[in-house]
Design a protein around this ligand. Structure first.
Ligand SMILES: [Zn+2]
Ligand SMILES: [Zn+2]
Length: 350
């Protein structure tokens, strides 16, 4: 088969590799029908994730059709259309039993690390992929949900919802600020209303992304130039927001989140950080705030899938560009130049 293979920092190629096969009885083989590229893939290609070794097939998001199942897979059969969760889940270990799939203790990849596709084992930017713990890591697609909608449930929608909205403890009537209106920030904006957020303020440098944010449910937009903080405070009668969600992953934006949260509020960090961040506890210790971080568990995917199926969550709106799998290198080019191309998610189909 063909797959996108990491060749070390700055290097990738679309090349022939051996077909994956069942290794463990809990595995399934999935033919990839639709995949996409994540900001994390760009981090890997920069060399920011040294655990990813040359030769690894990239990608952790995908939708496909099961072509083979191991002997102990019980819930799924050949021909089923499925979403591949970006997080493995054996379903039996101490962490899986509490829903903490992001730290699944199963042996695949590495015990204690839930994100394994395109990281510790071969990923989804390929014609086929081996999915460990298939019963608990794949979600069968109902009729009426398109691949393009479903692929947004592999990672971005559960990440924005669980790590932004749930960890941020959004409650009815809250004012929520989301810093960074990229795909995951937009996913937080799109799902903040599920817990009754009354006002959602999107903050970004990019005017186009702020326009997009309004279509996903933002009620206010603020350009993160000079005076941004005063604008946010003015929208909250000077009090600050109830929940500040950081969805960029740089020190400045994390600090922004701590500057606009009201006393007693929540800062939910969603961004993937590559550099140390200063935490001004000398000012914050008196503020009674909570700060949360985390990797998605993807344990809300079945619930989010129901909302997508009922047209309550506009998953399809994340798709801005479309490519054939054979042209995945062009998809990378478009996605990596998102500030020029206005790409949110590039959808890649076989
Ligand atoms: Zn991702
Ligand atoms: Zn587990």
């Amino acid at each position: 088969m063909k797959a996108l293979v990491y060749g070390g920092p700055g290097q990738k190629s679309w090349q022939d590799v051996p077909d994956p096969r069942i290794v463990n009885p809990t595995d399934a083989i999935v033919r990839i029908d639709t995949t996409t590229i994540c900001g994390t893939d760009l981090h890997i290609l920069k060399g920011d994730v040294p655990a990813v070794q040359p030769g690894r097939i990239l990608g952790h998001e995908g939708v496909g059709t099961i072509t083979d199942v191991g002997a102990s897979v019980g819930n799924l059969t050949v021909g089923d259309r499925v979403i591949i969760s970006c997080i493995k889940s054996c379903g039996h270990c101490a962490n899986c039993r509490t829903g903490l799939y992001s730290h699944c203790l199963g042996d695949e990849g590495q015990s204690g690390i839930g994100w394994i596709f395109g990281h510790l084992i071969d990923g989804t930017q390929a014609e086929y992929v081996r999915v460990p713990y298939a019963d608990n890591s794949l979600h069968r697609l109902p009729e009426g949900v398109s691949d393009e909608q479903a692929v947004m449930l592999s990672d971005i929608l559960p990440t924005g919802f669980e790590i932004g909205v749930q960890y941020g403890r959004v409650k009815p009537g809250d004012t929520v600020a989301v810093i960074g209106a990229g795909p995951v920030g937009l996913a937080a904006i799109a799902t903040a209303g599920l817990y009754g957020a009354a006002a959602i303020i999107a903050i970004d440098l990019d005017k186009n992304r702020l326009e997009q944010a309004r279509t996903f449910g933002a009620t206010e937009t603020v350009i993160s130039g000079s005076g941004w903080k005063e604008q946010v405070l003015a929208l909250t009668d000077g009090q600050g927001v109830d929940v500040a969600i950081e969805a960029v992953g740089i020190p400045q934006t994390f600090e922004m989140a701590t500057r606009i949260v009201r006393p007693g509020g929540n800062v939910a960090n969603v961004g993937v950080h590559g550099k140390p961040v200063e935490l001004h506890l000398e000012e914050l210790w008196i503020q009674n705030i909570n700060i949360s971080t985390g990797l998605v568990n993807a344990n809300t995917t079945p619930m989010l899938l129901k909302l997508v199926a009922q047209q309550k969550l506009p998953a399809e709106k994340f798709a801005t560009h479309r490519f054939a799998l054979d042209n995945i290198l062009d998809a990378y080019d478009t996605f990596s130049r998102a500030s020029e191309t206005n790409a949110l998610k590039v959808v890649i189909t076989r």
